[in-house]
Design a protein around this ligand. Structure first.
Ligand code: PMP
Length: 438
């Protein structure tokens, strides 16, 4: 059934040009495997795993069944001062996948909530250890850490500052790592730019380490244009944090659960943070859920601090929701059944080759990739940033391919079950759209 436009008014859509959208709505009604279907029953190839989350592909039976069974058995359990078995089971299972030491798990309901939780955990950690002056937070230009006040403050998106004002006090930013002059068309990890991490030393010199709680970065920045960390950069950040007693937080909301070729970006890049935020792929996108993974030493600092009724004064009504935990367990089973958490490593050469074949197409000024993430940056239309890429998005939609754009960068992050035939179709469709947009 096609959409009745007169009934689209009430829904105020997030991150959407509502007025434009309602002139020509795009409505998804079904999904299976690598494909969505729309309200006109067209097949749409999913080039972005929904929104970087449906890593095992759509409509996975084990997950569907687990959610149905859980809803019938225990629909809700209050998460404070009591638990339910699947919350403990999921946490144990997750702790086996993380880099060594990151084995204490706090559940949230989204990436944004995970970020707020990690920032608060970092500040409180220093406080329980008697270093209460460490409250300053450091993010990075072009960082994206969700939509709550902490996240938009440590994030580096100009649009947030234009719309919401000056944001949280006591936040600084190191510079971003995008360096097209030296790294354009890098295949995989770019060579140049480890020294961008030294910007952190500049902020330490300015504020003194004793005032700084944590630094937060995405290993791969997705929502601000698919920026891959230069060789050695994350390790250098780690070293500077260690030198000054600053906690390092990786926001792995998009890089978690197999996207870069290992379960987490931390493993792909060989650098272990103190805190790690995840969401999305934790339930294959089926039920909202997020989590913060903490180093045991951080958790233990709370457990050995002064005895209060509550050690960490934070949590959500829906933390460790039974439906999310059931979905999470079934999702980990599905990833294991299909060996998906390392599949991006096996597919990345083929994906990279196809992606980089677009470099000669009109207006392409950079192509970037890691694992099953790709970015294709286009020259902006004069005076209309983001417009050319959005036109490519609309053209691909017409041709039955879902991509995503951030500014003038096209982002690809297909389900990890992708096969060669899908890669070919994605790249052919994009090639056609780029030529038509020229
Ligand atoms: N952090 C990062 C790195 C993200 O990419 C996102 C979402 N794309 C978020 C946080 C926010 O997640 P959510 O939309 O689930 O709140």
């Amino acid at each position: 059934m096609s959409a009745d436009v007169s009934r689209l008014d009430a829904y105020w859509m997030p991150f959407t040009a509502n007025r434009q959208f309602k002139q020509a709505p795009r409505l998804l009604t079904k999904a299976d495997g690598m494909y969505f279907r729309d309200d006109k029953d067209r097949e749409i190839l999913d080039g972005i795993a929904g929104l970087w989350c449906v890593n095992a592909g759509h409509n996975r039976q084990k997950i569907v069944q687990a959610i149905q069974d859980q809803a019938a058995e225990l629909d809700f359990a209050p998460p404070f001062q009591m638990g339910h078995p699947k919350a403990f089971e999921l946490a144990e299972r997750l702790a086996q996948l993380t880099p060594a030491g990151l084995n204490r798990i706090f559940f949230t309901n989204s990436g944004s909530e995970s970020v707020e939780t990690a920032l608060k955990m970092a500040i409180a950690y220093h406080r329980v250890r008697g270093e209460g002056a460490r409250t300053r937070l450091i993010g990075r230009e072009r960082g994206y850490h969700g939509v709550n006040f902490g996240g938009i403050s440590v994030g580096g998106m100009v649009a947030n500052r234009k719309m919401f004002g000056s944001l949280l006090a006591g936040v600084d930013h190191i510079r971003h790592t995008h360096d097209p002059a030296r790294n354009a068309f890098s295949v995989g990890i770019p060579q140049h730019g480890a020294e961008f991490a030294d910007d952190l030393e500049r902020l330490v010199a300015l504020h003194d380490a004793s005032t700084i709680a944590a630094v937060i970065v995405e290993p791969v920045a997705g929502s601000t244009g698919v920026l891959i960390p230069p060789q050695g950069y994350l390790q250098r950040l780690r070293d500077i944090c260690d030198k000054h007693g600053i906690l390092l937080i990786f926001d792995e909301v998009i890089t978690g659960f197999g996207r870069t070729g290992s379960p987490f970006g931390a493993q792909t890049f060989g650098v272990t943070p103190d805190l790690m935020t995840v969401a999305k792929g934790i339930t294959n996108g089926c039920v909202p859920m997020g989590a913060v993974f903490a180093q045991q030493k951080i958790h233990d600092a709370f457990m050995t601090g002064p005895e209060h009724l509550i050690e960490f004064f934070h949590g959500y009504t829906y933390s460790a929701h039974p439906l999310a935990c059931a979905a999470g367990i079934a999702t980990l089973d599905t990833y294991a059944d299909d060996d998906l958490l390392t599949r991006a490593a096996r597919m990345q050469d083929e994906f990279a080759k196809a992606l980089h074949s677009l470099r000669e197409e009109p207006n392409v000024i950079d192509v970037r990739n890691i694992g099953l993430v790709g970015g294709i940056e286009l020259k902006s239309l004069d005076g209309q940033p983001a417009k050319r890429a959005f036109n490519v998005f609309l053209d691909c939609w017409d041709k039955g391919l879902l991509i995503r754009t951030t500014g003038d960068t096209i982002a690809l992050s297909p389900p990890l079950i992708i096969e060669s035939s899908h890669i070919e179709r994605i790249i052919d469709t994009l090639r056609g759209a780029l030529r038509r947009a020229a």
